[in-house]
Write a protein that binds this ligand. Structure first.
Ligand SMILES: Nc1ncnc2c1ncn2[C@@H]1O[C@H](COP(=O)(O)OP(=O)(O)OP(=O)(O)O)[C@@H](O)[C@H]1O
Length: 257
């Protein structure tokens, strides 16, 4: 399979006053890749994601998406945050929450509706289309946020701890949903997670960050078959080995050898 680079992060540094949050961070993400970013709290994961989203301007360095320098929020980007309760609009129905950003895509009303219904079907929420977000459980609300991102058909999907606020069982369901969505689309996904097990289970690659200042300390290929199963994949020796390796790197704060 050819590797077409779509996202380039080049020598990125970001400082908040005296504090260097990111120092010389460089990596690339290819077409259709799902890359996780793990690392201890405060290593700059959210700062990195905000810079890629064009929400903050890095102090130095450059981010390129599909060959264009990112300065401002790119049109072909969608973001899913941890806090679904603040990301959905409570006065709009589930369906309207999903159709809302599609205006930016220049889709006509009928096309917006059918794209939304298709995405809601994909996340198993067709029946909830007419409900309001506050009538749904936390896990269902996060599925709506994911459906909204999928309907948008972004080149790049950014996810910042998207499953951090749901119970363990829902989290496993959402991980499988993410795997299915990834398999059936062409988008690249950058996923920030605290969960090492999750990072190995859902990804093609795992970036481990170390802190003070935030740097990429390891870039690991997962190399597991694309078809994954929440029990069987986790029993594979390759999975067990990689999970331990990532865990060790994070625990030791990924200090370079
Ligand atoms: N707006 C801000 N102003 C000043 N310092 C900030 C700001 N945002 C983040 N920082 C600092 O930059 C560093 C990196 O923060 P960031 O939130 O990117 O880390 P993180 O890896 O996402 O952490 P967590 O896993 O806890 O969410 C931290 O030391 C943090 O205190």
């Amino acid at each position: 399979m050819g590797f077409i680079i779509v996202l380039e992060v080049l020598k990125l540094t970001h400082t908040y006053g005296e504090q260097t949050a990111l120092d010389d961070v460089s990596f690339e993400v290819g077409e259709k890749e799902l890359v996780s970013i793990v690392g201890k709290s405060g290593c700059g994961k959210s700062t990195l994601l905000r810079a890629v989203a064009g929400l903050i301007t890095p102090t130095t360095g450059e981010i390129r998406l599909s060959g264009r320098t990112v300065n401002g929020v790119p049109d072909d980007l969608a973001v899913v945050f941890q806090d679904y309760s603040r990301s959905l609009l409570p006065w709009l129905s589930v369906r309207d929450n999903v159709t809302f950003p599609l205006r930016r895509r220049g889709l006509k009303k009928g096309a917006r509706r059918s794209a939304a219904m298709e995405a809601l079907e994909e996340v198993g929420l067709s029946d909830a289309a007419g409900k309001f977000p506050w009538q749904l459980s936390g896990g269902m609300q996060q599925r709506v946020a994911i459906a909204r991102a999928l309907a948008y058909r972004p080149t790049l999907l950014l996810m910042d701890e998207p499953f951090g606020s749901v119970d363990a069982q829902t989290r496993e369901d959402l991980e499988d949903l993410l795997l299915r969505a990834h398999a059936s689309s062409d988008m690249m996904i950058l996923l920030v997670t605290h969960d090492i097990d999750e990072s190995v289970y859902v990804s093609d690659r795992v970036l481990v960050m170390g802190r003070s200042p935030g740097r990429v300390m390891a870039d690991l290929d997962v190399g597991l078959p694309a078809e994954r199963d929440r029990i069987e994949t986790r029993e594979l020796p390759e999975f067990v080995h990689l999970r331990s390796e990532v865990g060790r790197l994070v625990r030791d704060n990924a200090v370079p050898a």
